[in-house]
Design a protein around this ligand. Structure first.
Ligand code: CP
Ligand code: NVA
Length: 306
């Protein structure tokens, strides 16, 4: 199968990632100037959701419409996937009708199995392992606000989850230093850490991670699929809340990011999203622009050849 996929940051070269992010900024400018740009006319994106979503669904759906195409929402509850149709069979059939497929799933292997049988690009809209589309938006936001992230220091405070794993991959691809502060037993996946070498360091002390950092990011303590652990996690993560006082230890021009949805009073203090150092709303909007650039890159080969 010759299609390019975006299941992880490692599927693109660093130059390709930067090109997509820069293009996201251009597309944002076009939209802000109300310039019509419809390179994906008659193209259709299928979106398979095993988990809930607000931003991912909206940004892909609105993005496809703005690019002149269409998006179809498919819940596993309403398709034969929910009744046991093999993912490989679904991939063959769906990719014969669609121009790209986005999947939000539990097991990352659902994505790799689908991609192995798909003739069209497959995009990871979040798995238990990774959330690369969110990292495109995060990297675009940092570039807009502070310029290149290469050589900067990023602190991840909280759960070593799918978002954190994607930060590990971003540290490799964008050349920044990542400090992860998490409780014992909640580290990022060792498979990703092994690739990162000394680009990533682990600590149990959020203050140590944040000191002098240029970007501080966190995420919920209980991800989708872990609901039964919620109570136990609340207790384990309590010392890892990101507050204004914690951010005061970071670089004076630190940017705070949260992929959202946020739980105020848990991973962040009640006032943090309203703090001037928070870029969470810009970051959320950039899902739209960065993913439009991704779709343009993956679905229109003519653009890629330029
Ligand atoms: N950040 C993010 O992926 O949000 P949704 O779960 O709302 O899609
Ligand atoms: N880590 C969170 C991210 C949600 C966008 C989850 O997987 O639920």
């Amino acid at each position: 199968m010759s299609a390019r996929h975006f299941l992880s940051f490692m599927d693109f070269t660093p130059d390709e990632l930067v090109a997509v992010i820069r293009r996201g900024i251009e597309l944002k400018g076009l939209r802000n100037r109300a310039v019509l740009h419809e390179p994906l006319k008659n193209r259709v994106l299928g979106m398979i959701f095993e988990k809930s979503s607000t931003r991912t669904r909206l940004s892909f759906e609105a993005g496809m419409i703005q690019l002149g195409g269409q998006a179809i929402f498919l819940s596993t509850r309403d398709t034969q996937l929910g009744r046991g149709e093999p993912i490989e069979d679904a991939a063959i059939v769906m990719s014969s009708m669609l121009d790209a497929v986005m999947i939000r799933t539990f097991a990352h292997s659902t994505l790799t199995r689908f991609a192995a049988h798909s003739n069209v690009p497959v995009i990871n809209g979040l798995s238990d392992d990774l959330h690369p589309c969110q990292l495109l938006a995060d990297m675009q936001t940092f570039l807009e606000l502070r310029g290149a992230i290469q050589g900067k220091t990023v602190a991840w405070v909280g759960d070593g989850n799918n978002m954190c794993n994607s930060y590990v991959e971003a540290a490799i691809q964008f050349g920044f230093q990542l400090r992860v502060a998490c409780p014992e037993g909640y580290e990022p996946d060792p498979r990703f850490l092994a690739k990162a070498g000394d680009r990533v360091t682990l600590t149990r002390d959020p203050r140590e991670a944040v000191r002098g950092a240029h970007l501080v990011s966190t995420d919920v303590w209980t991800s989708m699929g872990q609901e039964e652990e919620a109570e136990q996690r609340l207790a384990r993560f309590a010392p890892f809340q990101v507050t204004r006082e914690l951010l005061d230890l970071a670089a004076p021009d630190v940017v705070f990011m949260h992929c959202l949805p946020a739980h105020r009073g848990e991973e962040i203090s009640h006032d943090l999203l309203e703090d001037p150092r928070s870029a969470a709303w810009q970051q959320a909007e950039n899902r739209l622009h960065a993913q439009k650039a991704l779709l343009e890159f993956l679905v229109t080969p003519a653009y890629r050849a330029e």
